[in-house]
Design a protein around this ligand. Sequence first.
Ligand code: NZQ
Ligand code: ZN
Length: 395
Amino acid sequence: MIEDFTYYAPTKVVFGRGAENKTGELVAELGCKKILLHYGGGSAERTGLLGRIRASLREAGAGFVELGGVVPNPRLLLVREGIELCRREGVDFILAVGGGSVIDSAKAIGYGAADEERGDVWDFYARLRTPRACLPVGSVLTIAAAGSEMSPSSVITNEDTETKRGYSNDVCRPKFAVMNPELTMTLPAYQTACGCTDILMHTMERWFGGGGSMELTDGVAAALMRTVIKNAKILMAEPENYDARAEVMWAGSLSHNGLTSCGTDGGDWSSHQLEHELGALFDVAHGAGLAAVWGSWARYVYKENPARFAKFAAEVLSMPRGADDEETALSGIAAMEDFYREIKMPVSIRGLGVEPSEAQIKKMSAKCAANHPDGMGKMKKLFEDDIERIFRAAM
Ligand code: NZQ
Ligand code: ZN
């Protein structure tokens, strides 16, 4: 069955070599005058990217203040600092230079700075209040991964409660995304692989939902996933291959801007929720955390819809589709894990280099379940016991 859907992807994409030099022009087009230049831990400075962006902003006559220091699994404390800075300086636009972490932090600052009640920004992530507005956000993307450059989501870690939570609202959809694939050539191989994994998982989560889909969406999704698998392998050997960087970068945006959801029930998202618990407790890279749990999740749920898993094996991994869907499904799950191994992603929690204690497994399972009181996921509704079993199987 084809589900009803709304597709909304309002972000202007400027893609290609030297695209970052147009940043000032893009901000000026929006009529914004005081920018918060937001970035991470140093890569954008080291590569000279920030210098080029500052020059572009100055040339366009835009004033700006800066806040760097965003870390992977971006923290609430810095978000609060950013909100104060925006209010003090009268900021009217936030420019995120970096990856998902910087863009998510920018969106959170945007919610807080536009909040007329001046309450705590974490209220939105804890679902205690709903934001009515967000300062406009734009990005210069330096890693193809999270898809935050076109998505309505933002994922923030509250360091006080060791809680990592995502929140989605169309008001934070970025106004523009500047994407120069060359900027991703300085990524360590591990981050490139984490990014490719996250991109794949955004479409896999949507593929393995509990409802229907449509032929067109499945075709787009399968092409997207095949493209990422092929080019991820190329990038492991040739990190400076422009075409492979470009294919992966565009796939990252399309994988999380809603295109591969059209006609589906929105997808399962359990692997993401499991990763959020690992990320909150152990600060692991998001993509690696997804690879570590996906196989265990898939083996736990595949009997709900073996045909869907068999279709994945055939159309995404080009495996022969035998008469027995369960058998093809299991071979497909194993082949996907082989791919993760090939790009040096972990396929277990220990492979992430962490060793959760009994108490920590229970804590992650309880927190994850509490966040989904009606059961987590669409392929199969998962409750605390199920979640604990998956974490144990993934060890
Ligand atoms: O901080 P710097 O020095 O810039 O280093 C970063 C960081 O250490 C480095 N890096 C980025 N671009 C680089 C570079 N190093 C060299 N050259 C470059 N060109 O890469 C590291 C990872 O960056 P990060 O922004 O954390 O990566 P990613 O884009 O994977 O973002 C991960 C975050 O996004 C969230 C994740 O949970 C995680 O917190 N997600 C956000 C989503 C969304 N908003 O829609 C959806 C995703 O499912 C995901 O949950
Ligand atoms: Zn993700």
